[in-house]
Write a protein of this length. Sequence first.
Length: 441
Amino acid sequence: MIRNHRPRRPVVAALVAAGALALAACSGDYPNTTFDPHTEFGRTIDDLWDTLLFWGTLVFILVEALLVYVLIRYRRREGSPEPKHVHGNTTLEIMWTVIPAVILFLIAVPTVKAIFKTQAKARSDALQVEVIGHQWWWEFRYPQYVTRQATGRLDTLVTANELYVPIGRTVNFHLKSADVLHSFWVPQLGGKRDLITNHTNFLWFTPDSTLETAVWNGFCVEYCGASHANMRFRAFTVSVAEFDRWVRHQSTPAAFNAMPVPSPGATPAAQPAQGPVPQSLPPVSPPPGAPPATLASASPGDAYVYPADRLPDHVRPTTPIPSGLAFDESLRGDAARGQQLYSRSSCIGCHRIAGNPMSVGIIGPNLTHFGSRHTLGAGLFPNEARYLGRWIKNARKMKPGNTMPVFGRGEQDPKTGKPEPTGTMTDQEIADIVAYLLALK
Ligand code: CUA
């Protein structure tokens, strides 16, 4: 009888096609995959996932096989008598209680072990990095390092949206939020862990010592408002020597033309300016506890930034420029004039530039070495003049919900449809500020 119900050819063909399609999903390049971890933290979670997948698959296959067997073996047949009615079966009931309990135990042991491992305190010699989530950008603070201000004051080394960590050294992240809930995740390194208001969460991982210098995409993975999807960052895992050079450079105040950063395709406005020479700074002595080595002055050849020409495609932003936001790209900016304009504008109320004593705001991203960053607007656009000009002109069009004011003359706030009182700058003035900011290498 069963022989009459053999699967037909089309069914076999469909099954083979579905199988091939499913297997095809396993090939290819997935730069943001979480299944290719490069830290012990990531591997702990990946191993746990593999364990759970193994047991889950085993249970699924056994249960389905049993089900199919029973369906076929005991199916209704012509003329067969009605099955015997039974009530209760102690042996069966004990079995289907004990077996799941054993399975749960097998799952619970590695799960609890992984929880203890990933929630443990970081080792005491870890690099400390404070991660502060803002709507919608990332602030990274390195409390073990300082930046010298123009006044000679020493402040914590702060950067935004581009995280540098050394290969082979444990990094302990202090996760905080300036406003609402966010969540920190670099799929191939570690996370996710939430950033919670008025509470510090911790997360640590060690980029594998076998890694080469690389860059990874980071994301906010907790819905946090209009531009949640635009709250991205880049994580650079660099050699210890490169990290030291990066820190030394970031510890210095901003200066024009401080270092040549390779940036192929840079627009004329991005060229090093002929502006004022770096201000000479009074000598300072580090405060108690500050590591003196971090104050060693960085000579241009010394500075390190991940080279722009080595950025892989998957970290290059592809967000299109919003329609209806024109900017005269033929304008040549003057960085010295840009510095004057910037320092007189309301920019300085929100942004800080170590080396520009006028610019001491703390609400927006720190712009000290802005020109050495690869992206703009929390990983949304390439950090190039044509994007930065439009950003300054109308940041709210460039990024929905942005709190940065509209500065372009005649521009409107896309939400209210009205011009903003700050909207006074001409394209030329903006091009000058762009030249200044991009010169902050
Ligand atoms: Cu921050 Cu989502």
